[in-house]
Design a protein around this ligand. Structure first.
Ligand SMILES: Nc1ncnc2c1ncn2[C@@H]1O[C@H](COP(=O)(O)OP(=O)(O)O)[C@@H](O)[C@H]1O
Ligand SMILES: [Mg+2]
Length: 169
């Protein structure tokens, strides 16, 4: 396998950079990250259209044992996938126009009992007390390379963020 895995930390361990050289790499990262997710977690997915936010989420669902179809919630705002002990709440903020609109969806009623994966989540990230953030970015000149930059907010993620240290293949 020619894929080069690169993992970089800034000095304070505030960000982790993962290199993906194809959708299978991104899925592998999603599988590994899904393993540490639990009810009440918020994962913000951000990055330009087509960088892989939905692919990442779909693979999280697979890794967490959801066997049904996973579709993009761009038009439905939110999809909920029941698991044995929790739910996956797959949300897309792309079309949400205001905080008020968001509040009216009643999303927070499900949050404690679900793992929330939210595409374009950075739009209203201040609403969340803690989250893991995954920023996906294109690499110039390549159709299949991406850089995934992981960061977090909140003490809850401090310890678990360090566990991501061991994601390297
Ligand atoms: N390294 C990669 N990581 C993720 N997706 C990739 C990668 N290389 C190519 N792709 C392709 O890019 C597209 C990403 O689509 P999608 O997940 O819907 O993006 P988004 O939700 O960010 O708009 C998919 O067709 C996927 O196969
Ligand atoms: Mg998407």
């Amino acid at each position: 396998m020619n894929t080069v895995y690169r993992l970089c930390y800034d000095i304070a361990m505030q960000t982790i950079e993962l290199q993906s050289n194809g959708v299978e790499d991104t899925k592998r990262y999603a599988t590994q990250i899904a393993k540490i997710l639990q009810a009440g977690d918020v994962v913000i997915l951000t990055g330009d259209l087509g960088t892989g936010k939905t692919q990442f989420t779909k693979q999280c669902c697979v890794a967490l044992g959801y066997e049904g179809a996973v579709t993009s919630p761009t038009y439905t705002l939110a999809n909920i996938y029941p698991l044995e002990k929790t739910n996956i709440l797959h949300v897309d903020f792309y079309r949400v126009k205001s905080e008020q609109e968001l509040e009216e969806t009643g999303l927070d009623t499900y949050m404690d009992s679900s793992i929330l994966l939210v595409e374009w989540g950075d739009k209203y990230e201040d609403l969340f007390e803690d989250y893991l953030k995954i920023e996906l970015a294109y690499v110039e000149g390549s159709l299949t390379d991406r850089v995934l930059t992981l960061s977090y907010k909140g003490t809850k993620w401090e310890k678990r963020f360090k566990e991501i240290n061991f994601l390297r293949k």
